[in-house]
Design a protein around this ligand. Sequence first.
Ligand code: HEC
Length: 118
Amino acid sequence: MKSTKFFILLVATVGLMTLSTTASAFSTAACKACHQVDKDALGPAFKGIAEKYGDVKTLAGVFKSGFKVENRKVAQSSAKWKAQAPTMTGQYDNLIKKGGNEDAAAEALFSVTKAGKF
Ligand code: HEC
């Protein structure tokens, strides 16, 4: 049991290291914890997000400008998501802004949506 936990931790650590060292190969694996493609989960469906932003450039632009709650198209469209904006802010700071992944994250969201799966 102990070694299984250690192994899981090891895999997770290596996974995180891979994420942070290969900026060009941005992974949406972490996003999956809260987002699905077609359905709202803890976070809104990627499909709905892609529809609201329309294209990669617009979403990347909002990421680059600091992803302020007042500039977020989904949070501004519903009280429910607006109330949850701080949850996404934490993800944005750690996974998108910190690694300089604004363009890659926007591209990944649209390509996952197009593919219909993560
Ligand atoms: C811990 C849960 C969680 C994780 C992990 C997460 N998100 Fe979110 N996300 C949310 C919630 C909750 C919202 C709704 C609040 C909001 O819109 O700010 C959201 C909203 C969004 C929005 C729409 C913002 C808006 O209001 O217009 C985008 C874009 C987004 N997430 C992208 C991502 C990407 C890309 C990842 C992975 C790098 C990710 N999220 C990981 C919880 C999460």
